[in-house]
Design a protein around this ligand. Sequence first.
Ligand SMILES: Cc1ncc(COP(=O)(O)O)c(C=O)c1O
Length: 416
Amino acid sequence: MQGRTSLSLRGEALLASPPFPEYLQEHFDRLDGIFDSVTNAEGYIPLSVAENKLPGLRLLERMAEVSQIPARVLGYDSMIGSMPFRHQLANFLGRTVFGRKIEPKQLAVLAGAGSILEILFHNLCDPGDGVLVPTPSYAGFWADLETRDKTCIVPVATHSHDGFQLTPNLLDQAIAEAGRPVKALLFTNPNNPLGTVSSPAEIEAIIDWGAKTGVHLVFDEVYALSVYGDRSFTSCAQIRPELGESIHAIWAFSKDFGASGLRCGVLLSGNERLLQAMDSLGYWACVSGHTQYLLGEVISDDRWVDCYIADMQAGLDSAYREVTAALDGADLSYIPAAAGFFLLCDLRRFLAEPTWEAERALWRRLLEEGNVNLTPGESCHNAEPGFLRLCFASCPTDVVVAGVRRLASVLSGLDH
Ligand SMILES: Cc1ncc(COP(=O)(O)O)c(C=O)c1O
């Protein structure tokens, strides 16, 4: 009912159907009662949010060493990142993530990868256009691409029985069946939630497919440095030094630097008109000049950066080993991972039946009886119920292991 105090139709629609999933709401509601081995041993164990808190205060301590912040950070500057910051980013990202020389003018900086995605797809797609997203996928893409941009994600399902392989055939089939014009493919490497790293040949195949079909290719590379397995990361920018007009890459400080609260994401694109359009909307999502300055100083310190990355990767590796040992010990299956802060647990055998309803019931039972929050597979738009994501770096490893023990205890009564 429209009254004087009602919101716009858009505002009311957001209230009626909030863009964020239930597991996140539960997460924020339970944070007051978080686990503490001394004061709250039954407390909430959050294993559903992709954050890396293992490096602790290292970034903050390095930022605190930056002195004499220049007065220019107080004033207006380019809304897609000050030029000095983009120069620092070009050096840092060229050396560590993109694997080749980067031109600062090919970069746009906005408030996190989420803002980059939202504004990028606003500029690439019209309402109703399709965007291919291989699944399982990062849950947030639906909020980023559909809420205001009104694009329509076309999931490209990959399956457990063939190792979640994405093939050009699957992409062709998705375009053929989309029932709408498809403007882009959004491809995440390293993958969230699988924790896998694409090989150069796999990236090459996607780029060739993009060239053949003429759709934009957006590579989300926000976990580029968070690799700890045998396979090293290769960026699309390294495979195709000339990105052309239709290949774009995204990186952010949120994951690799454990700094999701600083809200700083980066777009690399060779498409000048796109960058101009990004600039036109930057004002509504820009990064504070103060944050840009501090981060710019930190990433210019090559020695500190290299040491931080090596330690961060070793920390992920050791957390992964401890947590998977606990899962093995509890006879809980998972898909082996080599990057990111998560792994997919295969809990299919604990479902009352192979349905989303049964997966929802299982997730809720683990939450209510175990006070442990996993990311439901349904939120990752998995093709098959029963694969729930466990994030192993958002709390200390002994707490994650305690969470695994709780999962095992709730699940022990449910083996089907
Ligand atoms: C693949 C992927 N892209 C983008 C984001 C959003 O990152 P940000 O916090 O920088 O907006 C996430 C966060 O989990 C992610 O996993």
